[in-house]
Ligand binder design. Structure first.
Ligand code: ATP
Length: 265
């Protein structure tokens, strides 16, 4: 049964997930994580819920979070670096989750920059990183991850855009085992990130997993949309997009989504 015991029995990490809090239901694991931080939860605390009643996406959007079938978790970090680097943690987590899904579900999934994992052009995972800063220093970062695992009916507006791991791989996927694998992968990738001070050590792997690489994309920048060819990411996590006139633009993830010209990817 999916819960504290099954997850703990599979964890092989030193610190990631070693303080574990499992909820049958919560509003949002990111919101719950912040409450736990206020109660003293340490670096590496893992908040897991079987269901979210108000799951969050980027820019105020929601994350569909039905019970009994999916993974919703938030990892708490208390890093010792400056706030401008925190957005790179989304990239680190996307890299770790993508690798763990490939291994656990034996799926040919990939990353849609910056924060989604896709299979066959459809989204199986979203990531939302939030932080609190005081006097120029990070108090905490919470990285929330939602993964569609078991077969489920998606709401009409997601039916063309979303899928789940079991549909894609045609086999059962253990939520506990996948979660433990993600923690292990993230612990390693986080160390590489800290050692380098940026994404240099993960760059080749991330760019290989990037489904947008070499693809025509439309950058949905609130200041004005434009199109170009995605080349890969930089050591700081920006997406390099070559526009029609040969100029290469560094796209910062903050306010921007990227779409394929002919579909979601
Ligand atoms: P995108 O680039 O897909 O617009 P985003 O990265 O800006 O998304 P996210 O925070 O990753 O946004 O996810 C929120 C969006 O994902 C929602 O607006 C909705 O379209 C979609 N979504 C919500 N729940 C799910 C789910 N369970 N599976 C797949 N997609 C979902």
């Amino acid at each position: 049964m999916y819960g504290t015991e099954s997850i703990e029995s599979l964890l092989t990490t030193k610190w990631a997930g070693r303080t574990l809090m499992f909820y049958d239901q919560t509003d949002s694991t990111n919101v719950q994580a912040v409450r736990e931080v206020e109660n003293g939860a340490p670096h590496g605390t893992l908040i897991v819920a079987d269901r979210q009643t108000a799951g969050k996406g980027r820019r105020g959007r929601g994350w569909e979070s039905p019970a009994d079938t999916n993974i919703y978790f938030t990892l708490v970090l208390k890093p010792d670096f400056t706030p401008d680097r925190a957005s790179m943690l989304t990239i680190v987590m996307a890299y770790s989750v993508n690798k763990a899904i490939q291994q656990e579900a034996r799926l040919d999934c990939g990353i849609k920059w910056p924060n989604d994992i896709v299979v066959n052009g459809r989204k199986v995972c979203g990531i939302l990183t939030e932080m609190k800063v005081a006097q120029g220093r990070i108090c905490h970062v919470v990285i929330g991850v939602g993964i569609n695992v078991g077969k489920q009916e998606f709401p009409a507006e997601l039916s063309e855009k979303a899928t789940c791991l079991e549909e894609a791989c045609g086999a059962e996927v253990s939520r506990s085992s996948l979660l433990a694998r993600i923690m292990k992968a993230f612990e390693e990738d986080y160390k590489t990130f800290i050692d380098c001070g940026n994404l240099r050590g993960l760059l080749d792997g991330y760019n290989q997993a990037l489904v947008n690489r070499g693809a025509e994309v439309r950058v949905l920048d609130p200041k004005g949309e434009y199109e170009g060819t995605a080349l890969g990411i930089t050591e700081n996590g920006e997406l390099l997009v070559e526009t029609g006139n040969g100029e290469v633009v560094e796209v910062y993830a903050g306010e921007v989504s990227v779409r394929g010209i002919y579909g979601y990817v």
